[in-house]
Write a protein that binds this ligand. Structure first.
Ligand code: SAH
Length: 288
């Protein structure tokens, strides 16, 4: 596991309160799971009783025993490139780490979850993650954390360099579809649009292709170059894997108010709308 290079900042009163709440919630988890199990058992018992009383037929049996769908349809890989620690101020590091938690949470609930890799884990981003939820990120399922850069992907033979695509709004090339044999990189940075071409140049230097989401093509009211937050981009990929349809994927994630026409479009995204969109159906223990 990564070594913690910087000591975590002392927590504010509010943060301490939040932390205590999260801890209480986590402590009750086993109890909640047990209650849910009991409820399922009770439902089964009632079904058997009704069946015995002749109130239900074969069709009802089939419906009741329906197993959750086995997810095999789309197996994607996404790398969150955390190699921008020195490009953000403290507030942006805080925003980024919540965007990472929302990303994880959205993926955990996805119909077709992606394998998530986090590369270049270091510095203040790492310190912040360590300080949240008793280093809850270490318990995130289906994730891998690397101190090394994403070059490890082809260095370690996870995938070929030619199959890696860096997603960035600054790319000329528009993504037409996602492919299972390709790995997509999202830049783990919250920079309020300070650094244009940052990820594009990084992609060029490391010899990987770059592509932007087809926002202009599918959402006529939007500018072609639209910079979204990390979790919004992840949500769009998740939705695409589910629907194989960019229009649906984009509409589901990009805040609706962004589609009003004849209004000046703010160039900057603070990521807040991404949080609102996703927080609406996120449970508080999602990112723990
Ligand atoms: N200045 C940064 C922007 C950070 S936004 C840059 O140079 O890209 C956070 C990340 O979300 C980006 O690095 C990119 O991976 C992804 N992203 C945001 N908007 C995107 C878009 N329209 N198309 C593709 N990826 C996008």
């Amino acid at each position: 596991m990564p070594d913690n290079t910087a000591p975590p900042a002392p927590l504010s009163k509010n943060a301490l309160k939040k932390q205590a709440k999260a801890e209480r919630f986590a402590a009750n988890k086993l109890e909640r799971r047990a209650r849910e199990k009991e409820a399922r058992k009770e439902k089964k018992r009632l079904h058997a009783l009704k069946r015995a009383a002749g109130e239900l037929d074969d069709e009802d049996d089939k419906r009741a025993s329906k197993k959750p769908r086995v997810v095999t349809d789309f197996k994607g890989k996404v790398v969150l490139d955390l190699g921008f620690d020195d490009k953000m101020n403290e507030k942006e590091i805080v925003s980024l780490t919540s965007q990472l938690a929302y990303t994880y949470s959205a993926n955990r609930h996805a119909m077709y979850p992606f394998s998530l890799f986090f590369s270049s884990l270091n510095g203040r981003t790492l310190a912040r993650l360590e300080s949240l939820n008793d280093a809850g990120y270490k318990r995130w399922t289906n994730t891998q954390w690397w101190q090394e850069g994403y070059e490890k992907l082809w260095g370690d033979g996870v995938t070929e360099q030619g199959n890696v695509v860096y997603l960035t709004a600054d790319a000329d090339y528009e993504l037409l579809e996602l492919k299972e044999d390709e790995t997509y990189i999202i830049g783990g940075i919250c920079d309020h649009n300070r650094y244009k071409n940052l990820c594009l140049n990084k992609a060029k230097e490391s010899g990987v292709r770059a592509a932007r989401l087809p926002i202009g093509r599918y959402l006529a009211q939007m500018p072609t170059r639209k910079v979204l937050t990390v979790n919004q981009v992840m949500e769009i990929l998740i939705k695409w894997a589910e629907t194989k349809d960019w229009e649906q994927a984009l509409y589901a994630v990009v805040p609706k108010r962004k589609f009003r026409t004849n209004e000046p479009e703010a160039e900057e995204d603070d990521g807040k709308e991404g949080h609102e969109v996703i927080a609406a159906d996120a449970r508080p223990d999602d990112a723990s």
